[in-house]
Design a protein around this ligand. Structure first.
Ligand code: C2E
Ligand code: MG
Ligand code: MG
Length: 707
């Protein structure tokens, strides 16, 4: 037990290059030192007294050891320096029969030879030599301890059951020493626990090694009695080689995807289980990225399956190059891939890596001379932040991936508030229901001004939730939840009610303030919406032409036919319609021509840099000309600076909205702001709303510019 907990405390979470270098040099020095000592103490005279049979046996063994070293079976350990070498049987039989020095020399020569053939680095070759010297040394120590000291002059051949016990003890010492030496190097390289590295493929190593060590006493008997037949031992060795290679291959097939060679779902699940358990234990997160290719089906349908397969292969290769070596890249089937990051700092780091994957897929793939563009959507989730088990981790990453696809954002971290099944989201819905009942919903108003003369052009109503614990919650945090929960109608009704109430109050105070209210696609699907709205306008005695409904382009793409019918009805009722966040969605020019839209609001992502980025200025100018050509008004959103203000004025936009003019304000602050500009006779119309430099803090902490 204590061994296990000590090993657990040992766990490190990053490769340890310095420690690895120290370890490799330590083992190498120790091994080579031992080899030198053994050679110095070796009685060279015994070479001269060797019989012809013994020489033949040694030479045959040497040839077989070289063969074995050159044909290792790669173990399941991905970075095991040597895999499982088939030379073990012959080296061990020499150790049993002739003693440690011949075994060490044989093994060293064979390792040097195979290292040279395989063009291994000198450091690696020397480490392997040292590792084998120490392995043979351990077996030798056990034999000496048990009173068996064979030499070239006095070879030993196991003949009894008692002898077999000695063989077993020496084999166990060799096996443990070799496995511990290799596992420690692997663990230091991968930054994991040595115990874990040791246990990772212990069964595999044990199975193969017991067959190899088990054959050695028989080879020792042949060396003694029929040296010319030693070579026959290669037959069972080859059989072992074949069966091990077949089992490694079938294991590989069972855990890898045929087409791409990546890990398959089964292996991913196994690795995820381990990573999740580790993350929960240490608190250091692990992350899962699920990646789905956009429009892959079209590639398959149009260009055929062979091209589709090649796309998947190239995508697999690119993903693999984008991630760190300890990440597990898997293909889950179809065009779905996954990347498991066993250790990440936080969601931001996982996100960075996900973006790296998206970036490597940016360049078109070249297949048979054709360039094919692929795009991917990636959803990611983390343990322990989003899930406490691998199953939940998978489903959360899946939800995030669908969000990424729907939003076309490329990468999306799991967001509980958008997950229809998450407890957090369900909690938010019931809290929002309470908020609507208990009057926690507020509407703030952000002014807009005509760019030509600075006069007030109206206000936009922006909903806020004054949460008892979280404070003022912005709409982006709860509108998506409301939209998918059936609460949206009630929320819109509340916002419209408050906005009309405010408009009517301003009207009574002598200010006619056009009002813009945002509506979601849910509202437009509601058949009673138009009727309810016109009734309320009527009740308040307000001119429908003073009300603008802002709709985003997404509304139009969701259910175009129904949306169009509703918009036509609203237009017929005299309500103005505005296309919000223009430029961020996918609306076509045909839509603009067909819909009764009076205004376009150019998204702030274009407006913000209009004075500094020429491309943005070109877009804003073109949209403005287009809108004017279609008889629409143009509003620029998000005007934050004087520079932007004059740039969009120069371009010819009609109206500006943004912090440079005023931030959204609660009703009383907005009333004060408007009265100063609309009721004070001293204020000339030409500068009525144009911003000045003095700032005033509004009731909700927002800063409003003050004339
Ligand atoms: P929107 O309709 O595009 O509203 C403009 C957003 O830009 C507002 O964010 C506003 O506070 C912010 N904004 C204004 N001037 C500036 C500026 O100069 N710089 C920057 N960086 N931002 C500025 P807010 O209030 O957080 O609203 C976010 C979105 O939520 C709105 O975008 C709108 O789509 C939605 N929304 C707000 N209220 C409602 C509502 O009552 N119903 C519905 N369906 N959606 C609403
Ligand atoms: Mg808006
Ligand atoms: Mg907008």
């Amino acid at each position: 037990m204590s061994g296990t907990s000590a090993a657990r405390n040992d766990v490190q979470h990053a490769p340890r290059p310095l420690l690895l270098a120290c370890y490799l040099s330590g083992v190498t020095t120790l091994g080579l030192g031992l080899l030198a000592t053994a050679l110095l103490r070796f009685e060279r005279g015994s070479l001269l007294t060797m019989s012809g049979g013994a020489t033949l046996a040694l030479v045959t063994c040497f040839a077989l050891v070289v063969l074995g070293e050159l044909r290792p079976v790669i173990s399941s350990r991905s970075i095991d320096p040597m895999g499982v070498a088939l030379s073990t049987t012959f080296v061990f039989s020499v150790l049993l029969h002739f003693g440690v020095v011949p075994a060490m020399v044989l093994h060293t020569l064979a390792t040097l030879l195979s290292g040279a053939v395989g063009r291994h680095t000198p450091r690696r070759i020397l480490f392997n030599v040292a590792q084998y010297v120490l392995t043979n040394g351990a077996g030798w120590l056990v034999m000496v301890a048990l009173g068996f000291v064979p030499t070239l002059a006095q070879p030993w051949t196991p003949t009894s059951l008692h002898d077999l016990a000695v063989v077993a003890a020496a084999a166990a010492a060799c096996f443990v020493t070799n496995d511990v030496l290799v596992a420690t190097a692997v663990a230091l390289f991968a930054g994991e626990s040595p115990l874990r590295a040791l246990l990772a493929d212990l069964r595999f190593q044990l199975t193969v090694s017991s067959a190899q060590y088990g054959l050695a006493p028989l080879v020792a008997v042949l060396m003694q009695d029929a040296p010319s037949l030693v070579v026959l031992a290669v037959v069972p060795m080859l059989a072992i080689h074949r069966s091990v290679a077949a089992s490694v291959e079938s294991h590989r097939q069972a855990t890898h995807d045929d087409l791409t060679g990546l890990a398959n779902r089964k292996l991913l699940v196994t690795r995820s289980r381990v990573a999740v358990a580790e993350a929960l234990r240490t608190g250091e997160p692990c992350a899962l990225l699920l990646l789905d290719l956009d429009r892959f089906k079209e590639v398959n349908d149009v260009l055929g399956h062979p091209v589709g397969d090649e796309v998947l292969r190239q995508v697999a290769a690119r993903i693999s190059t984008a991630v760190d070596p300890d990440a597990v890249v898997a293909r889950l089937g179809g065009d779905e891939f996954a990347v498991l990051l066993p250790r990440v700092r936080d969601a931001a780091q996982a996100c960075e890596l996900a973006h790296r994957v998206v970036t490597v897929l940016d360049d078109a793939l070249e297949i048979d001379g054709q360039l094919i563009d692929v795009e991917a959507s990636i959803g990611l989730a983390l343990v322990p932040e989003h899930a406490a088990g691998y199953e939940l981790l998978f489903s959360r990453a899946d939800v995030a991936m669908y969000q990424a696809k729907a939003d076309r954002t490329g990468v999306q971290v799991y967001d509980a508030t958008r997950d229809e099944s998450s407890a957090a989201r369900l909690g938010l819905i019931s809290e929002l229901r309470v908020a609507l009942e208990q009057g926690q919903i507020e509407v703030h108003f952000q002014p807009k001004a005509h760019l030509a003369d600075g006069s007030v052009a109206g206000v936009e109503a922006l909903v806020r939730w004054r949460h008892p614990v979280r404070g003022l919650v912005p709409p982006d945090d709860f509108i998506p939840v409301a939209e998918h929960s059936g609460l949206m109608h009630r929320l819109t009704d509340v916002v419209i009610e408050m906005s009309l109430l405010q408009m009517a109050a301003w009207q009574r105070a002598g200010m006619t303030v056009p009002m813009a209210v945002n509506v979601s696609f849910r509202d437009l699907l509601d058949p009673d919406f138009t009727g309810r709205l016109t009734r309320r306008l009527d009740d308040f005695g307000l001119d429908p032409g003073l009300l603008t409904l802002e709709i985003t382009e997404r509304v139009l793409t969701a259910d175009m036919d129904r949306a169009r019918a509703r918009l036509v009805a609203l237009h017929a009722a005299g309500v103005r319609l505005s296309l919000d966040d223009f430029g961020t969605g996918w609306s076509s020019l045909r839509l603009l021509r067909e819909l009764p839209v009076a205004e376009i609001k150019i998204d702030r992502s274009f407006v913000a840099r209009v004075a500094v980025v020429e491309a943005d200025a070109v877009v804003v100018r073109a949209v403005t000309q287009l809108a004017h050509g279609l008889g629409m008004q143009v509003v620029a959103e998000g005007v934050e600076t004087a520079l932007t203000w004059s740039a969009i004025a120069d371009i010819g936009c009609d109206v500006a909205q943004g912090w440079h003019l005023a931030r959204p304000m609660p009703g009383p602050a907005a009333t004060a702001w408007l009265s100063e500009r609309m009721l004070t006779p001293a204020t000339s119309t030409s500068t009525a709303a144009a911003p000045r430099q003095r700032a005033r803090v509004a009731d909700d902490g927002a800063v409003a510019l003050h004339l």
